[in-house]
Ligand binder design. Structure first.
Ligand SMILES: [Zn+2]
Length: 316
């Protein structure tokens, strides 16, 4: 996470208008007890949530930002503030469990140690399983004093409708391409792959940065080569699957979906082929299965997928 020199999180350039709205709400004393910040992953929702929490907990806020020097800010820079809790799944892709939510709610119910707000951030909210979200609901029904719960959700439709209805909603979109390009170019030290990374990340700047920093763009090129070779019937799906099974499955499936979304808008032969949409549903389904933690045989998964991919364009 990119932070300010004081070690605190700052909102990103494309959060400017929502940051302005949030500050207006604070000034008017109308901050709700629960906020839902939703939008695609990789655009900085968690960072916005953290910046907001820090702004609220700061004892000497300056021009709508945390000051960075007061005791609260020092605690937050050090990574621990008694009035701020952040709840995440124990492992990526795993559920957030009822015990953790109960613990979080009981912390929220206690009086703030620094005499101000008590804040909890849950990331991602949709990782709560049913019993965990029921436990949270109780706390949302009986909010205490100056407490704020911030739910960050990449896929808000997976949250229970009751929980959604209790939250004030802020939905974020990826920034305009120019904004994303400018930011990414600066933070990546003017990396040569900025445009490619943004294309592969479907315009999501933080995800694009991750691709650049982890060097996974090369993997994306490999996948794209395989997808096209299978489509043209130049590579067997078994051979292609062998190459794909070496990639990170969740990320590779995302790339595949992104490739198809682009192809649908740019390639008339793809756009008019109804099989493409069925295939896209299937990819989406596979992707959800993988991110929800299912273990699968990678080779078989790719063989099956690439075989159907080849059939999408087969002449009948
Ligand atoms: Zn401060």
């Amino acid at each position: 996470m990119e932070v300010s020199s004081s070690g605190l999180a700052l909102p990103l350039p494309w959060h400017e208008s929502v940051w302005g709205d949030l500050n207006k709400t604070i000034e008017q004393g109308r901050m709700p007890h629960a906020l839902l910040i939703s939008g695609p992953s990789g655009i900085g929702k968690e960072r916005l949530a953290t910046a907001l929490a820090q702004r609220l907990l700061c004892a000497a806020e300056m021009n709508n930002y945390a000051c960075g020097v007061c005791k609260s800010c020092q605690l937050m820079s050090a990574g621990f503030h008694p009035d701020l809790s952040i709840l995440q799944p124990a492992d990526e892709g795993k559920d957030i469990l009822i015990g953790d939510v109960r613990k979080l709610c009981s912390t929220l119910d206690k009086t703030a140690q620094q005499g101000g707000w008590k804040i909890a951030i849950i990331v991602p909210g949709e990782a709560m399983n049913i019993s965990a979200s029921n436990a949270l609901l109780k706390s949302l029904e009986e909010p205490q004093g100056k407490t704020l719960l911030i739910l960050v959700a990449h896929r808000p439709s997976l949250l229970s409708a009751t929980i959604r209805s209790r939250c004030q909603k802020k939905s974020l979109l990826p920034p305009p391409l120019d904004t994303a390009r400018q930011w990414l170019s600066e933070v990546s030290g003017h990396d040569a792959n900025v445009d490619k990374a943004l294309e592969v990340a479907a315009g999501r700047p933080l995800l694009a940065l991750q691709y650049i920093q982890s060097g996974t763009l090369q993997d994306q090129q490999i996948l794209e080569g395989v997808i096209e070779a299978v489509r043209r019937g130049e590579q067997s799906f078994i051979d292609a699957a062998l190459q794909c099974s070496k990639l990170n499955t969740a990320i590779a499936l995302e790339w595949f979906m992104n490739y198809l979304h682009l192809a649908v808008t740019q390639d008339a032969a793809v756009q008019s082929n109804q099989n493409v949409y069925l295939f896209l549903d299937r990819l989406n389904h596979m992707h959800q299965m993988i991110v929800s933690g299912s273990t699968v045989n990678q080779q078989l998964l790719w063989e099956e997928l690439l075989m159907s991919w080849g059939q999408v364009f087969a002449k009948r």
